[in-house]
Write a protein that binds this ligand. Structure first.
Ligand SMILES: [Zn+2]
Length: 321
C-alpha cells in the first residue's frame, strides 16, 4: 500500500511544533519553528506551509503522500469553519486559519482547541490507552482540559466544553483568575497557582525550606514545592495536600458526571509523578462514587510535548479515513 502520512501541528504562542506522522501514529519526523506573532500573526500560516514543504523536501517525501493537516490552536475556535475568534497571544481576531492554510498548502486542514488535541494524542498513543471515555487535565502555566466521551471530543453548544481549569474550587475569597472570575481550580493547581500559594505563605513559615529556597533565588516554582515536600518540609507538604485536595475533588466531581475509564494528568506539574498521583488518588476515591472510582484509573500523561502533534494527526485520520 502507498505510504500515507498525516501532519500534526501544535500551534503555541512561542513555538509551532510540527510532525509527519505515520498512519499508525508513529512519528516519522518532528521539528519546531518559532511563532512569528508580529503584524497580528499574519505570517504564521505562510511560515507553516513553507516549513512543511522544506521538511518534506529534505526527507524526500512527495507532498502527495500527505493526506491532511490536523492542528491544535489556542483561543476560541469555530470548528466548522476553522476560524479563530480570538487568540490574544497570537494577535489573531476572527482569523480564517483553516481556509488560509488550505490555500497555502493544498491539503485539508482540521483545527481543534490545543487542550483537546493533547487529549486525543494521549488517547491514541499515550497513557489514555485507546480509552473511549477519558478526561485529560493538563497542569501547566494554566490548566487545560479535554474530555472524550464515547470516543469523541466533547465540544458543547459553543465550543466551551472541557474548560476544566475554570471550575470554581474556592467560592469566596479565591485568587483572581485570567478568565475574570476568582477561585478557579487553575488558580490553585496550575504551576502558577502552586507557586503563588507557596510565595503567599512564606511570611508565616520563616523557617521552612521553601523560605530558604526563596531567599536564595528570589522566586519559587511548583517544582520547588514538590522537591521541598519530598525533603519533608512541612509547609511544602501542606501545599501539596491542599492542592491535591482541591484538584482531587474537582476531578471526582467531573468523573461522577462522565464516568471515565482514564483520567490523564499532564503538563509540567505532572512531572511530580507519584508525589502528585498518590494523594490525588486518595481524595478522588473519597469523593467519587465507588463504581465510578472502580472504573477509573488516574495516570500520568506519557507523550509529553508530542501529545499535541500526535493528537493533530489523529484528527486528520478520524476525519478522513
Ligand atoms: Zn478561571
Amino acid at each position: 500500500m502507498k505510504r500515507q502520512l498525516l501532519i500534526g501541528i501544535d500551534l503555541g504562542g512561542t513555538t509551532i511544533k510540527m510532525a509527519f506522522v505515520e498512519s499508525d501514529g508513529d512519528i516519522a519526523e518532528k521539528w519546531e519553528i518559532p511563532t512569528d506573532t508580529s503584524e497580528k500573526g499574519k505570517n504564521i500560516s505562510n511560515d507553516i506551509a513553507t516549513s512543511i514543504r522544506k521538511k518534506a523536501n529534505e526527507s524526500n517525501i512527495p507532498i502527495e503522500s500527505f493526506i491532511g493537516i490536523g492542528m491544535g490552536a489556542p483561543g476560541f475556535i469555530d470548528l466548522d469553519e476553522g476560524y479563530i475568534y480570538n487568540a490574544v497571544n497570537l494577535g489573531w481576531e476572527n482569523y480564517p486559519l483553516k481556509e488560509d492554510l488550505e490555500n497555502q498548502i493544498g491539503l485539508p486542514v482540521f483545527i481543534e482547541n490545543d487542550a483537546n488535541i493533547a487529549a486525543l494524542g494521549e488517547m491514541w498513543k499515550g497513557a489514555g490507552n485507546h480509552s473511549d471515555d477519558l478526561i485529560c487535565v493538563t497542569l501547566g502555566t494554566g490548566i487545560g482540559g479535554g474530555i472524550i466521551s464515547n470516543g469523541s471530543i466533547l465540544h458543547g453548544t459553543n465550543g466551551m466544553a472541557g474548560e476544566i481549569g475554570h471550575i470554581t474550587a474556592i467560592h469566596e475569597g479565591g485568587a483572581p483568575c485570567n478568565c475574570g472570575k476568582t477561585g478557579c481550580i487553575e488558580t490553585i493547581a496550575s504551576a502558577t497557582g502552586i507557586a503563588r500559594i507557596a510565595m503567599e505563605g512564606l511570611e508565616n513559615h520563616p523557617n521552612s525550606k521553601l523560605k530558604k529556597r526563596f531567599d536564595a533565588g528570589n522566586s519559587l516554582t511548583a517544582k520547588d514545592v514538590f522537591e521541598c515536600a519530598a525533603d519533608n518540609d512541612s509547609w511544602a507538604i501542606d501545599i501539596v495536600k491542599s492542592v491535591t485536595h482541591h484538584l482531587g475533588l474537582t476531578i471526582a466531581n467531573l468523573a461522577n458526571a462522565l464516568n471515565p475509564s482514564k483520567i490523564v494528568i499532564g503538563g509540567g506539574v505532572s512531572r511530580a509523578g507519584d508525589q502528585l498521583l498518590d494523594p490525588l488518588n486518595v481524595v478522588f476515591n473519597q469523593y467519587a462514587l465507588p463504581r465510578v472510582s472502580d472504573g477509573a484509573e488516574l495516570v500520568i500523561a506519557s507523550l509529553g510535548n508530542d501529545a499535541g502533534v500526535i493528537g493533530g494527526a489523529w484528527l486528520v485520520k478520524s476525519n478522513l479515513s
